[in-house]
Design a binder for this molecule. Structure first.
Ligand code: URA
Length: 434
């Protein structure tokens, strides 16, 4: 086989066979196929697309390009959850303890944030001492003992995707549905869960700005997951404004804790219940949505999810006292309110701009090497559709640097639009694909 022939075949619009895809992925991973040939292939795929069979073959070739996590020593049906990412997306922090308290073993690999969307690991490091740098043995032991463990994504997991994603990033070939779906799913499959629940975001703060693209990606990933023998479902949820009210690492942890105490924002709680229900059904703990939601709500009412979060933090070396007293979480030294300049209804909050404001305050990474400030961020006081009086507070900014605070404040003011008409609330959950 020659890479040249495969590039030509795809360029001319033909489907690649499973063997050809395996050859290409293996060669690119071990360095025998150079970047320039793979770039040409990615561009050919970008223009000519891949059918369902090719997409599944690419996903599985990337899944098998490195280590695969063996979760067979964990008892029960392991259900993983993945979000395509967004602003204020703290879902795992509340959902993992809720699902674990309802009897689903949560064995999760998570990442750090880059750019204006945060990562679960960064957020969890708001608990002093918490570490995701644990051995596979400890990971398995913790899930069996307390029901949850989260570890950082190792470099040996789907290395083909790691290399290919970096190449696509600099050759304008990221935004192809089959390539995105296979990239995400290769990592999920290698992470070893029996079932996968996906949260595909749509809106101004999401990767998929248009709802129809989010649905297409969700359908593609569900097909891949089921095709690979893992029970997979997806929901499409709104990311046209930040999720909940808090944006920023420790602030999001606090909001997740408050949610487990029964004081969570409506949209965030709804997302946890919708995703959690899919997890409980996939894991055989509930027969239907109604029963699953009831079980999840019970974990909040009875305090079992909060207790589970504390056990999990402690088991990974963290100080869990902040679970019961959130004033112990990292706190910023400066605080400033942003006020409405006119009266009316909030008609739009530019979601990605709010994420960038949090990044400017120091809460996100500009580059992989950046150090982040866990204490800074924004807490919205108003969301889309809310009525606001002139000079009423729209959001509170938290910072440790006065210059950064002023820069973020100016930008945040422009992210809010206020109109005179009351908008009809759009559904937060756009659909479920099973
Ligand atoms: N996230 C991924 O992991 N891969 C993509 O291709 C796009 C988003």
């Amino acid at each position: 086989m020659r890479m040249y022939d495969l590039i030509m075949k795809k360029r001319n619009g033909f489907a690649l066979s499973g063997d050809e895809i395996n050859y290409m992925v293996k060669g690119y991973t071990d360095g025998t196929i150079p970047d320039y040939q793979m770039s040409a292939m990615m561009m050919a795929i970008y223009f000519k697309g891949m059918d369902e069979k090719e997409t599944l073959a690419l996903t599985m070739a990337m899944e098998k390009s490195g280590d695969e996590l063996d979760l067979s020593r964990i008892k029960g049906i392991k259900v993983d959850k993945h979000s395509t990412g967004g602003v204020g997306d703290k879902t795992s922090l509340a959902l993992a303890p809720m699902a674990a308290a309802a009897g689903i073993p949560v064995a999760k690999m998570s990442g750090r944030g880059l750019g204006h969307t945060g990562g679960t690991i960064d957020k969890l490091e708001s608990f002093p001492g918490f570490s995701t740098d644990i051995s596979t043995e400890k990971f398995v032991e913790n899930v069996n003992r307390i029901g949850i463990a989260i570890m950082g994504q190792t470099a040996s997991l789907a290395p083909a995707d790691k290399k290919l994603y970096a190449l696509r990033d600099v050759t304008a070939t990221v935004d192809n549905m089959s390539l995105i779906a296979s990239s995400i799913m290769s990592k999920k499959l290698a992470a070893g869960a029996d079932a996968i629940v996906l949260d595909v975001k749509t809106g101004s703060g999401a990767f998929m700005k248009r709802e129809e693209d989010a649905f297409a990606l969700a359908r593609e990933m569900v097909k891949i997951g089921n095709g690979a023998g893992r029970k997979t479902s997806a929901i499409v949820s709104d990311m046209d404004q930040p999720l909940g009210f808090a944006i920023g690492n420790a602030l999001e942890v606090e909001e997740a804790i408050n949610t487990l105490k029964g004081n969570g924002p409506d949209d965030f709680l709804e997302l946890c219940l919708t995703l959690g229900s899919r997890m409980l059904i996939a894991g055989g703990r509930a027969d239907g949505e109604k029963e699953a939601r009831q079980m999840l709500l019970q974990t909040i009412e009875e305090g079992t999810a909060l207790k589970k979060l504390a056990e999990f933090v402690e088991a990974q070396g963290g100080d869990a006292s902040a679970v019961y007293d959130t004033s112990l979480l990292p706190r910023a030294s400066l605080q400033r309110s942003l006020y409405a300049r006119t009266e009316g209804f909030v008609s739009h909050i530019a979601c990605d701009e709010v994420g960038i404001c949090s990044l400017l305050l120091g809460g996100g990474r500009e580059t992989k090497e950046s150090r982040i400030d866990l204490s800074v961020g924004i807490v919205l006081q108003k969301k889309v559709g809310d009525y606001v009086k002139e000079n009423e507070c729209l959001a509170v900014l938290y910072a440790n640097d006065a210059d950064k605070l002023s820069a973020a404040e100016n930008r945040l003011q422009k992210a809010f639009q206020i109109g005179q008409e009351k908008l009809e609330k759009k559904p937060f959950i756009k659909g479920i694909i099973t």
